[in-house]
Design a protein around this ligand. Structure first.
Ligand code: SF4
Length: 373
């Protein structure tokens, strides 16, 4: 549809005419109501930004998945990060989004305001450099993210070992998409009939993990990109399978994603990390859904280096982020949405993050269940 050699290659994926023609095809094919989940918060924001939810036929309900790493990082890990960041002689480094995520009592911004050395970095490799430049300080990187950030987090640990850096560690917080899909699809309240899988995660991991999931839960899965044309093509492929009573894991993002993914990146992840049980904020513990450091790299584990046991966590009683992240409720169902909880004064992580569903609904004015309001 788009000439990949054309100078309009990327803008072509935002071409309104092409997007409308795919939506027309969806309308031709659809005969009944379907509920689809886009897993990634980046996809949620693109859907809202381009008004795709308002253009799609009424029969399609899009619910928003837990694919926002900032949103699902557990309160225990955030409180642990806050505690470490307050220790003397520590430089605590993190992606910018995490600084405003509320812990039980405060956020990383408040720690910085009260004198903590909290720095925003764009890559864990920047944190490695900070550690080299500050040999008398302990430098800790908050290693959040899905499978997308895991290779560079692994690379930072490998690099630290290679150059003999002993004042660098990471607080491991990476989470994995497939175990979360299992949890959503096997929950008693599950309403999801088709999945748009996150294209960037699959760019790293491929989509070889998805056919067994599609098969087990009889739910079509389509690997989908982030531009408006990518999204409507992903929706078209999912709807087509549902209407034809067919189940498979398909790839609608083949310009970026292959079945096997980036094997070199996967090798690096497996060298440094191993799957561990991990708690997801608002959802609870999901078996084998996180990445912990392997024994050979335990010296780089901030959890080991800093004894932060004895932290008591307390979650906001109003925030229903867990239900939003599982697609059970929409942000406007939360009594605090847009009143007690805003991007300027967030009560929960989905209102903070650039990928959070509550922030997307707030920024793009989705204040009721009428998407056309
Ligand atoms: S609007 Fe705020 S309080 Fe409500 S679910 Fe979203 S983040 Fe939580």
């Amino acid at each position: 549809m788009i000439d990949e050699g054309s100078p309009d290659f990327l803008t072509g994926y935002r071409d309104a005419k092409l997007v409308h023609s795919v939506i027309h095809e969806i309308k031709q094919r659809i005969t009944q109501s379907w509920i689809l989940m886009e897993i990634c918060g980046g996809q949620t924001h693109a859907i809202m930004q381009y008004g795709l939810d308002q253009l799609l036929p009424d029969e399609i309900e899009l619910v928003h998945g837990p694919g926002c790493p900032v949103c699902v990082t557990s309160l225990e890990l955030i409180d642990q990060a806050l505690w470490i960041a307050k220790q003397p002689d520590v430089i605590f480094t993190s992606f910018g989004d995490m600084l405003r995520v509320p812990g039980s009592q405060e956020d990383l911004f408040s720690v910085r305001a009260f004198g903590g050395d909290v720095r925003v970095v764009y890559s864990p490799m920047n944190a490695v450099k900070i550690a080299q430049e500050n040999p008398n300080k302990e430098v800790v990187f908050f290693a959040i993210g899905f499978e997308t950030t895991a290779p560079v987090n692994a690379m930072a640990v490998i690099q630290a070992e290679k150059i003999g850096l002993h004042n660098f560690s990471i607080l491991p917080a990476n989470v994995l998409v497939p175990p979360a899909m299992h949890t959503i699809l096997s929950s008693p309240g599950n309403r999801i009939q088709g999945f748009l899988a996150a294209g960037h995660v699959c760019a790293v991991m491929g989509y070889w993990e998805y056919p067994p999931i599609a098969d087990e839960y009889q739910t079509p899965i389509v690997v989908t990109g982030f531009e408006p044309l990518d999204l409507v093509i992903g929706i078209l492929q999912t709807i087509t399978m549902l209407e034809e009573d067919r189940v498979a894991a398909e790839n609608a993002y083949s310009r970026v994603v292959s079945f096997e993914g980036n094997r070199a990146a996967q090798k690096m992840i497996n060298q440094v990390f191993e799957p561990v049980d991990r708690s997801w904020r608002g959802i609870g513990e999901i078996p084998q859904s996180g990445l912990g450091l392997r024994k050979a790299y335990k010296d780089y584990d901030a959890e080991r280096r800093f004894d932060s046991s004895g932290i008591n966590t307390s979650e906001s009683e109003i925030c229903i982020a867990g239900q939003v992240l599982q697609g059970i409720k929409k942000p406007y169902d939360c009594p605090a949405f847009g009143t007690l909880c805003t991007p300027q004064s967030p009560l929960g992580a989905p209102m903070v993050s650039s990928e959070g569903a509550c922030a997307a609904y707030y920024h793009y004015g989705r204040k009721t269940n009428d998407v056309r309001a």
